[in-house]
Design a protein around this ligand. Sequence first.
Ligand SMILES: C[S@@+](CC[C@H](N)C(=O)[O-])C[C@H]1O[C@@H](n2cnc3c(N)ncnc32)[C@H](O)[C@@H]1O
Length: 499
Amino acid sequence: MDTLASYDELPYDSLPLPETQPDVLAALARLHGFNAPDPRRARILELGCAQGGNLIPLAWRWPESDCVGVELSRVQAAAGADFVQRLGLANARIVHADLAALPADLGSFDYILAHGVFSWVPPAVQGALLDVCRRHLSPQGLAYVSFNVAAGWQRLQPLRAALLERTAAGLPAPERHRQALAVLADLEAEWRDPLLLKEIAYLRTAAPSYLFHEYLADTNAPMPFAEFTAALDAHGLRYVGEAGPRRARVALEDAWGLIPESMAGRWQDAEIALDDAFATRFRRAMIARDDAPCAQPPHPDAMADLAFHADLACEEDIDLDADVAQRFVNPAGNHFPVVSPALKAALMLLSMRYPVALDYASLVDATRALLADHGAADLDEPAFREALFDLVMLHGVTPTVWPGRFADEPGERPRAHDLARAQARTSGWVVSGARHVAVDLDLAGRLLLGVLDGSRSLDELAAWMQAQLAENGLDLPLEQVEELTRRQLWLYVRQGLLV
Ligand SMILES: C[S@@+](CC[C@H](N)C(=O)[O-])C[C@H]1O[C@@H](n2cnc3c(N)ncnc32)[C@H](O)[C@@H]1O
């Protein structure tokens, strides 16, 4: 096949995907007793990388890494290759190719990423994807393969069937998308199932590319977890653990002293039970070669070797005196109830330091000091570790092996790094934060970021902003623009965009 017309016509929103960051994967793998290579000097391969919105920021972050993206849609691959060239990024390459027909001389990779690909390609390409993982993973390498899970998708199938049936496959993508929106409006009036109605409400506001490529795609083949692990087995691969958020974790009774291999069967049964209990729709599986050391269910003791970051706010004044549940919320709007005062104090500290990550020992020390300052009870370390571990599993706190160093103030003449400026100036690209999140910027935010080359003082930037806003029909007094500019610069600091 030469290209993928559906993705040429309606390219996928190519965003940074936080769960695919190799430093996070390495940290999560360690919780499973698996040691993955140092991401800073890793070779990283992304399959189905779209225009490289995920891969390019990783290459930028770690100049000593070597990143290769493979994408079958000619339009997306060309957009990615063009952006890499304009950035002058020597350690990244976006190749227009079919992952099922890769040249054998690509070499081996420490991380292989395939997000949103496996369930959306025919069985032969699924097999080829796993073959690529087996053939090209380094001995201790980690692959990340996300897929739709049958347990949760069973109940959504009527929605996909109705959308496929009631829209015309031959229409150009934007028209078919409009047709699908009309069908969703009809279904909302016709149907009663609360789960389907919730999904319809979501789809009506979701990115067109999501609705199109998830519900109207020729292939979307959810798979039971057991079938997925059997496919891994058949390709000389093995499950390491989950890179996505988990509402419950597997802890095997009487596992003490057992070698990881002997836990595999019980672990798999427990994962299947979790999928059924939570109607899991999507998994982000970490995978290794079957000749690498065997992983085991995640364990809190491994946290001592890791660092952590979090971007959370509490919805009320934080109570460090009592075990009362308080809700913390992340920028995506996900809520995390936290009871333990020690964990609340730790979250305050992490959020203040974001995007920097604190290693476990420093976090414990700083939390103890904060509790003491406040006159609160001291931290009970084993209980703290357990509570933090639960929040890590839920993705309220992110573990990493890369603490990161970032500018902690805008400085006299603020300068954004070259990637952020290029992303801000180029339509079709989102700005990626230091922790691989899509930074939500309005037009003014993009304009300002795009000119932060270190040549202007704050006063000069404010005057420039005032002129830009006036050109766009918004006349504001200089004082107000100065305040807006200052706030915007601190937002860039928080996202690690300044140098
Ligand atoms: C749903 S999109 C996901 C894009 C990106 N990984 C993400 O998650 O944002 C699937 C991508 O896989 C690409 N793709 C599908 N089949 C492929 C193949 N055989 N070889 C390479 N890329 C392929 C598509 O063109 C598309 O860009």
